[in-house]
Write a protein that binds this ligand. Sequence first.
Ligand code: ZN
Length: 172
Amino acid sequence: MSVKSILTEPNKLLRQISKPVESVGGEERKLMDDMLDTMYAAPGIGLAAIQIGVPKRIIVMDISRDEDKKEPRYFVNPVIKNRNKEKVKYEEGCLSVPDQFAEIERPNACEIEYLDYDGKKQLLKADGLLATCIQHEMDHLEGILFIDYLSKLKRSMIIKKLSKNKVNREIF
Ligand code: ZN
């Protein structure tokens, strides 16, 4: 297992649509292990494969935020089957949009069909933070970032700030 570097906006790869995984084998499991390590190290509660530059429809999550009681979740080829009409607002951040937060409104519950770490088909009824997080991560598979829900002005201000930070980071 190893920690990979996380791509940050602006980066064209983050805008790519990820491809479905044909089957869950050793390669996919190694990728999921690396993604989990990377996510815990960041630290974050969710990570999509494209955030480390791999355009596959794979997500890892752990919303427990508990060092001693880790509850990793793995989603391969996730599909939203149902989403609630009722919406809820969360202040969202993203490892690919460092240090930026914004209130985003999403359906407060949803049902997701996916393959797990062993390649077994699963159905998950999610609500609360879990539902918000899975929807945020699934957006990554479509090349969508949470800042895309903001006004054009807010979004471009954030991207400008991030571009500036990037230059600074490269100098050091
Ligand atoms: Zn994100």
